[in-house]
Design a protein around this ligand. Structure first.
Ligand SMILES: NC(=O)c1ccc[n+]([C@@H]2O[C@H](COP(=O)([O-])OP(=O)(O)OC[C@H]3O[C@@H](n4cnc5c(N)ncnc54)[C@H](OP(=O)(O)O)[C@@H]3O)[C@@H](O)[C@H]2O)c1
Length: 411
C-alpha cells in the first residue's frame, strides 16, 4: 500500500473554527516541521483564499478537495493521510460518510461534535469496522468535552495518589466563562432540538446518562442533574443548568465505562453554572434557567425556530470577533468526594473564548497527539473518548501549547 503523503488533514478548514485551527497549526507546527499537514474542503477557491490569507506557500500546505457526501473523494482523502480532523458540521447532517470511510480505511479521526444522538449512531454503525481496520475515532475534542473529560481524569488521578481510591462523586461547576456562538454551533444545537421534538424515542435516549456507553452498560446509580435554579451547599452558591452538560456528562460516563470503571461502579457526575450567593445569585440562577428553557421551547417549535435562525442566531461561517476570541476565557471548578467523605478540589482554566479560540487549540493538539504521540502507541481501533485515548499526553500538550491549566486547589 502507498505511504500517505500527509500526517494530518483538516477537513472543513474554511469553517469558522477551521480557519482559527489552520492559523494555529501554521503557528505551532509551521510547514517544514515533523507534522506534514494539508487543508481540505469542498471549495478550491475558498481553500486557496484561506491559504493566501495565512501567507502559506502553495507547495507547503496542499489543498485536498472533497464534498462531505462524496464517498469516493473521501476514500482518496483518507488513503493519503494518517489522521483527519473534521470541523464540517452539523455532524448529524454531514458527518457520517467521513466517519464510515475513516473506520473502513483505518484512518484516525477526531472532531468537534457535541451531538449525542449522532455519536451513538456512529458507534453502532462503525465500531466493528474501526476495530477491524485499526482506526481510532475520537469525538468531542473541543470545549465540549475535553476540559470536563480530562478534568475528571486529572482529579481522579490525584485522588488515587492522595487517598488510594477514586472519588465516587464529582461535581463540575463553571465559575466563569466569556465567549460567543458561531453559526455552526447554533445550527448543530437547533438540529438536535429539531430531531428530538419529532422523535420521542430520541428524547428518551438523550435523557439516558449512559446512552453512549457500550451496549448493556447500565449501573444502578441515579445520576444527579441540575435542571433548574438550586442552592449548592458544597460551593456555597446558587447554580443554574449548564447547556453543555448534556454532552459532557455522557462523555465522562463513557470514559468510566471504557476504563473498566476506573472512577468506580457507583460514580456520579454532574455539571452546572455557578451564579453567585444570596438573593442576587438566586435571581441570576432563576433567570438563566428560565432563559435556557425558553430557548429550548423556541427551538422546538417551527415558527419560533425559523425566527431564531433568521433574526437571532449567527449564520454559518459567522462567529465571535477576533477581539472577543482573544479576550475570552473559561474557569471550571471540580469537587470530588470519596465514598468516606474526603474531598478534593481541582481547577481547569483556558485562555481565549472557550468555543473557538480555545477549542481550535484543543482540537489541533488532539490531532497532533494522534499523529505524533500515538502513531505507534498500541492503542487499538474503535471509538474512544479524549480521556481514554489521550489522557496525560494531551494534558501535557494543552498546558504547554494551548493555554490550559490543570491544578489541585489546596485547602
Ligand atoms: N465542541 C465544541 O466545543 C465546538 C466548538 C465550536 C464549533 N463546534 C462544532 O464545529 C462545527 C463547525 O462549526 P463552525 O461554526 O465552524 O461551522 P461553519 O462556519 O458553519 O462551517 C461549516 C463547514 O462545513 C463545510 N461544509 C458544509 N457542507 C459541506 C459539504 N457538503 N462538503 C464539504 N464541506 C461542507 C463548510 O464548507 P464551506 O466553507 O465550503 O461552506 C464549512 O467549512 C459545528 O458542528 C459546531 O457545532 C463545536
Amino acid at each position: 500500500m502507498k505511504t500517505p503523503s500527509h500526517d494530518l488533514i483538516v477537513f472543513g478548514a474554511t469553517s469558522f473554527v477551521g480557519q482559527i485551527l489552520t492559523r494555529y497549526l501554521a503557528e505551532q507546527f509551521g510547514t517544514h516541521g515533523p507534522l506534514k499537514w494539508a487543508i481540505a474542503g469542498r471549495s478550491e477557491a475558498k481553500l486557496a483564499a484561506l491559504r493566501n490569507s495565512l501567507g502559506l506557500a502553495a507547495g507547503k500546505v496542499p489543498l485536498v478537495l472533497a464534498d462531505a457526501a462524496d464517498e469516493a473523494a473521501l476514500q482518496r482523502l483518507c488513503r493519503d493521510t494518517r489522521v483527519v480532523i473534521s470541523t464540517v458540521g452539523p455532524y448529524a447532517l454531514y458527518g457520517e460518510p467521513l466517519v464510515k470511510v475513516c473506520a473502513e480505511t483505518g484512518t484516525d479521526y477526531c472532531d468537534l461534535t457535541g451531538e449525542v444522538q449522532w455519536i451513538r449512531r456512529m458507534i453502532q454503525g462503525y465500531e466493528a469496522s474501526a476495530r477491524k481496520s485499526g482506526a481510532r475515532i475520537v469525538h468531542c475534542c473541543g470545549f465540549d468535552s475535553i476540559p470536563s473529560d480530562l478534568g475528571v481524569h486529572f482529579l481522579q488521578q490525584q485522588a488515587r495518589q492522595r487517598f488510594g481510591e477514586p472519588c465516587t462523586t464529582v461535581k463540575m461547576r463553571v465559575k466563569g466563562a466569556r465567549g460567543g456562538f458561531s453559526g455552526g454551533t447554533a445550527a448543530s444545537l437547533i438540529n438536535v432540538v429539531k430531531e428530538a421534538s419529532a422523535n420521542p424515542a430520541l428524547r428518551k435516549e438523550l435523557a439516558n446518562p449512559y446512552s453512549i456507553c457500550p451496549e448493556g452498560y447500565a449501573p444502578a446509580v441515579r445520576q444527579p442533574n441540575v435542571k433548574s435554579a438550586e442552592y449548592d451547599a458544597d460551593f456555597g452558591a446558587w447554580v443554574a443548568p449548564f447547556v453543555m452538560s448534556a454532552i459532557n456528562t455522557r462523555i465522562v460516563q463513557r470514559s468510566n465505562a471504557l476504563s473498566k470503571q476506573a472512577y468506580g461502579k457507583d460514580f456520579r457526575y454532574d455539571e452546572a453554572m455557578l451564579m453567585g450567593r444570596g438573593l442576587k445569585g438566586r435571581a441570576a440562577a432563576t433567570g438563566l434557567a428560565l432563559g435556557l428553557g425558553g430557548f429550548m421551547v423556541a427551538s422546538a417549535l417551527p415558527p419560533t425556530r425559523w425566527a431564531l435562525e433568521r433574526f437571532v442566531l449567527p449564520a454559518p461561517g459567522e462567529g465571535p470577533s477576533a477581539d472577543d476570541q482573544r479576550n475570552g476565557f473559561f474557569d471550571l471548578r471540580f469537587l470530588g468526594t470519596t465514598a468516606d467523605g474526603r474531598k478534593l478540589r481541582v481547577k481547569v482554566t483556558g485562555d481565549r473564548d472557550p468555543g473557538y479560540g480555545s477549542t481550535a487549540k484543543m482540537l489541533g493538539q488532539a490531532g497532533a497527539c494522534l499523529a505524533l504521540d500515538f502513531a505507534e502507541s498500541g492503542r487499538k481501533g474503535g471509538f474512544w473518548t479524549p480521556a481514554t485515548m489521550f489522557g496525560d499526553a494531551l494534558i501535557e500538550r494543552l498546558v504547554q501549547h494551548a493555554g490550559l491549566t490543570f491544578d489541585v486547589i489546596e485547602d
